[in-house]
Design a protein around this ligand. Structure first.
Ligand code: PMP
Length: 408
């Protein structure tokens, strides 16, 4: 880690929205696992594109067309360098949900057959469950589930036992959006590979918070969403091994993804463009490139360390609140804390916290099977990012105390 100290108050000042008030109180934004706030550099990159360079990509030879194409491809190159992958293996798309559907329809649908199985973990987001169910229905494959321990860690022995010969693909989240659990992805992918199982890792909650070197993980597919990593909504990427991208048929057909179209037959473009039909989210991905620059300038190792400090503080402070139960106590966690307060419904609690200026998410967090495991319909979730402060952790705890007194 670089030794240069970061002035976190200055970093926070890069985020214009964090200066606002809600309900007459200073905003305490603790919902970054849902979507992250944007630094001025990202907002300005999008604004600059529309003010000065707006044109479509890969089509026009005029100056603006060239500028737009270069900026869009530069963003791909930045994201690829950030993840330590080759740019030709990085398909830009609207986010994790799209990326998983792309793999489900383009890789899995033509391959799976009755008797095959798709192995998922109990802690997957619906985005890493439902596309597989849709494909399973159409192919006769079935879904198998790898269970977790009450602490919210994967039961690795059970997971490896579940890796039976009929399992074709394992879908696994890198970091749980509900529990904060960081899964030992490298070890799991190694075990899967030994058994000939293809792996898809959902990096939505990992890439924004820690350095991610995709090749070192040994997976086949890695997906991420831009809006959780300081980028605009509607951005993200699928990384896939070159051999998969070469073998997969296109997911969507249209412009951009072709070399030549005749009514008799069409020659598709090379990956990654083969999977990017139609006009992409040009401005959004240029904004994502700016987000990558921004995160890189701070340093992902320092962001990780900062968030771990905030997590330790929040875990200790919340743990001391009477009647509050934290769900998810994995040994390795990201800065996500799901909790319940005795006598208060999660939605009521979140609504009352909002009146105190504190934004937390309540609900099932798109993880029904995980809620079922814990026997609860919903939790409150405070999720922290590097731009949060220790004072905000204290503000959360104070607001919960106040709300609890109101409710009880
Ligand atoms: N996977 C995980 C682990 C997530 O946290 C989320 C977003 N909550 C998604 C997938 C879906 O991301 P998106 O809606 O941006 O496609």
């Amino acid at each position: 880690m670089s030794q240069t100290a970061i002035d976190w108050a200055r970093v926070r000042a890069d985020f214009p929205l964090l200066e606002r008030q809600v309900h007459g109180k200073p905003l305490v934004y603790l919902d970054s696992a849902n979507t992250g706030q944007k630094p001025a550099a990202v907002i300005e990159a999008v604004d600059d594109f529309y003010r000065r360079h707006n044109a479509n990509v890969s089509r026009a030879v005029h100056a603006l067309g060239t500028e737009a194409t270069e900026a869009y491809e530069a963003a791909r190159a930045k994201l690829a360098a950030f993840l330590k992958v080759h740019r030709d293996e990085l398909v830009l798309c609207s986010g994790t949900t799209f990326a998983i559907n792309l793999v489900a329809y383009s890789w899995a649908l033509p391959r799976l057959k009755a008797g095959d199985a798709i192995l998922l973990t109990r802690m997957e987001h619906h985005a890493n469950i439902v596309p597989w169910q849709l494909v399973a229905e159409r192919t006769g494959a079935r879904i198998k589930v790898a269970e977790i321990t009450p602490a919210g860690e994967l039961d690795l022995d059970a997971l490896y036992r579940a890796m039976t010969p009929e399992v074709t693909l394992l879908g696994l989240t890198h970091v749980s959006n509900v529990l904060g659990t960081v899964n030992p992805v490298r070890e799991i992918c190694r075990e899967a590979r030994r058994r000939g199982i293809v792996t898809l890792v959902d990096g939505s909650q990992a890439v924004p918070h820690r350095p991610v070197d995709i090749p070192s993980l040994g997976c086949d597919f890695y997906v991420l969403t831009g809006h959780k990593m300081c980028g605009p909504t509607g951005t993200g990427a699928l990384w896939a091994r070159r051999e998969h991208l070469a073998a997969m048929p296109p997911f969507l057909g249209g412009g951009e993804m072709i070399k030549e179209v005749r009514f008799e037959a069409t020659v598709f473009n090379d990956p990654p463009h083969k999977f990017e039909a139609g006009t992409p989210n040009i401005a959004g991905h240029i904004g994502l490139g700016a987000a990558v620059d921004y995160l890189t300038a701070i340093g992902m190792d320092r962001i990780d360390a900062r968030e771990q400090e905030l997590l330790a503080h929040a875990t200790e402070a919340l743990g001391a609140v009477e009647g509050l139960r934290i769900i998810g106590s994995a040994r390795e966690k990201a800065a996500v804390i799901s909790f319940l307060v005795e006598g208060a419904h999660a939605h009521d609690l979140a609504t009352l916290l909002d009146l105190e200026g504190v934004a937390v998410r309540s609900g099932h967090h798109c993880a029904h099977p995980l809620m079922a495991f814990y026997g609860v319909p919903a939790t409150c979730r405070a999720s922290l990012a590097f731009y949060n402060t220790h004072e905000e952790v204290e503000a959360l705890v104070a607001a919960i105390g106040k709300v609890r007194r109101l409710l009880l």
